[in-house]
Ligand binder design. Structure first.
Ligand SMILES: NC(=O)c1ccc[n+]([C@@H]2O[C@H](COP(=O)([O-])OP(=O)(O)OC[C@H]3O[C@@H](n4cnc5c(N)ncnc54)[C@H](OP(=O)(O)O)[C@@H]3O)[C@@H](O)[C@H]2O)c1
Length: 342
């Protein structure tokens, strides 16, 4: 098999670090992996597979200089907007974790368990977009249930960890908890979130749009429709909770056909990269604390609606830094490599 030159842009960030950890765990055909970040981190090193890799500064010419063939971007939307086209021009496939290109009609938006064939469309722009973290774990569950029962509508409430906002956001929760134990939480600053996050929940992720929904909520609406290739109704309420890692979602799904919880449980148990944990008698259900570092999406509390036969309720949890970002990006890269080999 051919080996590829890979760049990880945003290598020092929450998602970038996770990409390196995944590359250590899997057998990916790389010739070299080049960590890239801002000039602040350039020249320092990261440990990878027993070696110290020197971080390179992201520039317009670095992709040509390093002969990069696969570029994984997670350094923020404005960085992708500016530099992804240079990577694509240098001949690399860009797999972008930011929201910048997701709704571009010429850019495929891919979850490999759901719409892998879209990867073939990468050549139009050279860019493949990774969906929002909350969308990825949700559509992995929606797809097999849609095939079985014909999905009409999704009502979702999320419980999203602070790491969704990056490293500084995680640090803000930790600092506020430390301040709480020193009886000075009132004085604690908040920058990453619009309010104190410690001992609180915040029903706002990203800014509000004109229709009263936040940008994060509208991402779940628009990205779900694009990935499923189907005009389902989606209504989302996105909430930030004081956990570090792992997003949870309460889903209410309305189907065209009647749906049976036991049958849905069997379908999900067979679906790729989904693990059903649904044993109320033993108090067993998915939780953020048990999904950390996992590459699967966990589903539980699967139950029929009390009133309507075509409505199902369930609870979905996944590691947002892995399933919601790094794992999905690396899986896209693996599929792309498979396609080059054919
Ligand atoms: N966290 C999640 O769950 C998640 C999920 C899906 C998508 N995403 C998206 O992925 C992106 C990164 O998220 P994150 O959570 O990893 O953020 P983060 O922890 O704040 O890390 C940001 C990374 O971007 C780099 N960076 C910042 N400015 C740069 C510049 N001018 N040039 C080159 N590199 C620069 C930083 O490098 P320095 O160390 O040099 O500053 C750092 O490596 C965001 O767009 C986010 O929306 C995040």
């Amino acid at each position: 098999m051919r080996k590829y030159n890979v760049a990880v842009v945003g290598a020092t960030g929450a998602v970038g670090e996770e990409i390196f950890r995944i590359f250590e765990e899997i057998d990916f055909p790389y010739n070299k992996i080049v960590p890239m970040a801002s000039e602040r981190s350039a020249g320092s090193t990261i440990d990878f597979d027993g070696h110290a890799l020197v971080i390179k500064e992201l520039t317009e010419t670095i992709f040509d200089e390093e002969e990069i063939e696969i570029a994984l971007f997670s350094a923020g939307g404005s960085i992708s907007a500016k530099y992804a086209p240079f990577a694509a021009k240098a001949g690399a496939v860009v797999i972008d974790n930011t929201s910048h290109f997701r709704m571009d009609a010429d850019v495929p938006l891919v979850v490999p368990e759901v719409n892998p064939s879209e990867i073939h469309e990468w050549k139009t722009t050279g860019i493949i977009a990774n969906p929002n973290c909350s969308t990825i774990q949700m559509v992995q569950v929606l797809k097999p249930l849609d095939e079985a029962f014909d999905l009409l509508r999704v009502d979702v409430s999320t419980y999203q960890a602070t790491s969704g906002g990056g490293k500084e956001a995680m640090a803000e929760l930790v600092t506020q908890m430390q301040d709480f134990f020193q009886f000075k939480l009132d004085e604690s600053e908040h920058k990453a979130f619009p309010h104190q996050i410690a001992l609180n929940v915040i029903p706002q992720i990203d800014v509000f749009t004109e229709n009263g929904y936040t940008k994060e909520e509208m991402k779940m609406v628009n990205e779900t429709i694009k990935i499923l290739g189907k005009k389902v109704e989606v209504s989302a309420t996105c909430v930030r909770v004081p956990t570090l890692r792992g997003h949870a979602e309460a889903l209410t799904l309305t189907f065209d056909a009647d749906v049976d919880a036991a049958e849905a449980r069997e379908i999900l148990a067979k679906a790729p990269n989904i693990i059903v944990v649904d044993n109320p008698a033993l108090n067993e259900y998915p939780m953020p604390a048990s999904c950390v570092d996992q590459n699967e999406t966990f589903v539980g509390r699967i139950r029929n609606d009390l009133y309507r036969k075509n409505v199902l309720h369930l609870w979905v949890v996944a590691d947002n830094l892995r399933v919601g970002a790094a794992t999905n990006a690396v899986r896209i890269a693996q599929k792309w490599v498979e396609m080059q080999e054919k």
